[in-house]
Design a protein around this ligand. Structure first.
Ligand SMILES: Nc1ncnc2c1ncn2[C@@H]1O[C@H](COP(=O)(O)OP(=O)(O)OP(=O)(O)O)[C@@H](O)[C@H]1O
Length: 448
């Protein structure tokens, strides 16, 4: 049996007043593979441990198949956990490690047939007689998987199970995990800070920041329609370029987004998303451009929906099959905090019960921002006292725009290069970092 897991307004504080998980609501459907994704310290493992029953929520409800389950002991939840450190018993060989939970569950029964069937499924028959110290990291993780699978649990809870393995093995085991869990149809909650892993494994991905859910959706949705700059910046490689801009919508002229020394002129007739930007006239916004949104080409080569800018080559990253070019377009980058760092969340004052409709969405927005601002707009120029430009903070590479291109362009530092921006791939976020274009699917003033 595969089970539904629900969290309702779940919070956890280890220290009074500091929430490491903040009013998290999430539904995992039976058989679904849900990935909890976020930077180190954002509360992913705490959420998993609360689902497992290893940590008690401070507030809120854990429901299993719709039934309140906060009080259930871990052993009564019928879930198997797989950890990053494999957690095998060192004095037991593979067979005993896999069979151990079966012996505990059904003391009178011989687990041999189930151990053998599991080992066959995982292709680890030859590892059954070896002890953990005689196994490689990948082999240990396969035995640990075997131990979890043999129990026929109703859910798998996996906490960075591949984190201790090298990149090649990680990719292989990732594919194995996907194949196995789909084949078994068992509900899986998988914790990782690796966005590529999350995107390749999850039916849906739940992005956490500072203990607060930012967005949950299919990998395609969180990539293509990130709800805020944190999600946009956390998902995707290379990281999305986020530029500070200003909406310019003169009554008698073309609408554009000023980007410091240049502007993106929005072509007429304006599409609905661009028309909706008009209400932000004169306001600061953040423009998001993924590396595939811009190509190196002359203005004359522009296709419909592409607009011309130019960039100064600051840095070229050769990657073999492609090249990442870091350009300076003369705009100011926006800084997104917490992409890597942990961030404890001071508990805000209690709010009333959530409501639906417009108020509900405003509350959701407040929720996503509750862990603190998702973007910091720095002072223009980042100038030092003597007026010289300071290097970018936190080790960011120079330039404000990364473009992915083929290796056949001869590019070097200092070249001024024509660029075409595909407006179909343009994101615009407001000054708080919330996406305003493409517009949210349901507009507050057009419903309810
Ligand atoms: N038992 C505990 N007592 C006090 N604080 C804790 C405890 N367990 C976790 N924390 C804190 O809660 C926060 C969230 O921790 P958690 O392990 O859930 O994060 P995570 O996202 O899984 O991080 P990582 O990816 O590094 O494992 C961190 O700030 C951590 O220091």
């Amino acid at each position: 049996m595969s089970r539904a897991i629900s969290l309702r307004q779940v919070s956890k504080s280890y220290t009074r007043g500091v929430s490491v998980v903040e009013r998290l609501s999430l539904d995992v459907a039976p058989g679904e593979f849900l990935v909890l994704l976020g930077p180190s310290g954002c509360g992913k493992s705490t959420v998993l441990r609360m689902i497992a029953g290893l940590t008690d929520p401070t507030e809120g409800q854990i429901r299993l198949d719709g039934v309140y389950a906060n009080h259930l002991e871990p052993a009564d939840r019928d879930m198997a956990m797989i950890f990053q450190n494999f957690a095998l018993y060192p004095t037991m060989n593979g067979r005993e490690n896999i069979g151990f939970p079966l012996r505990i569950e059904s003391p009178g029964q011989d687990p041999r047939s189930r151990v053998d069937a599991t080992a066959k499924m995982l292709g680890i028959e030859d590892l059954l007689d070896r002890f953990p110290h005689q196994l490689s990291g990948g082999e240990r993780q396969r035995v640990a998987m075997g131990r979890a699978i043999a129990r026929h649990p109703s859910a798998f809870l996996m906490d960075e199970p591949l984190a201790n393995l090298d990149a090649k093995l990680r990719n292989r085991l990732r594919a194995e995990i996907a194949r196995l869990t789909r084949g078994l149809g068992v509900t899986t909650v998988y914790v990782t800070h690796d966005q590529a892993e999350a995107m390749s494994l999850g039916d849906r991905v739940a992005v956490l920041r500072g203990g607060v859910l930012q967005q949950v959706g299919t990998p395609r949705t969180v990539y293509a329609l990130p709800e805020n700059v944190f999600v946009a910046a956390f998902i995707g490689t290379p990281r999305i370029s986020l530029l500070r801009g200003i909406v310019l919508a003169p009554l008698d002229g073309a609408m554009s987004i000023g980007l410091g020394r240049q502007a993106l002129v929005l072509p007429e007739p304006l599409c609905l998303d661009h028309r909706l930007l008009r209400v932000h006239q004169g306001h600061e916004v953040i423009v998001g451009l993924r590396s595939e949104a811009v190509r190196i080409a002359k203005p004359a080569e522009a296709r419909p929906g592409e607009v011309a800018i130019s960039g100064l080559v600051e840095h070229v990253e050769f990657q073999g099959h492609e090249v990442l070019v870091h350009f300076n377009t003369g705009s100011q980058p926006a800084f997104v905090p917490d992409l890597e760092a942990p961030r404890p969340v001071p508990r805000p004052p209690r709010r009333r019960r959530p409501v639906g409709g417009v108020l509900g969405r405003l509350r959701d927005r407040a929720g996503a921002l509750r862990a603190g601002p998702v973007v910091v707009l720095e002072d223009p120029g980042d100038a030092g006292q003597d007026g010289t430009e300071l290097p970018p903070p936190d080790g960011r590479l120079p330039g404000d725009l990364i473009v992915r291109t083929t290796p056949d362009h001869e590019l070097h530092h200092g070249m001024q290069v024509p660029l075409l921006v595909d407006l179909a791939h343009l994101f615009v976020f407001d000054h708080e970092g919330v996406r305003i274009s493409p517009a949210p699917a349901r507009l507050p003033d057009l419903e309810d």
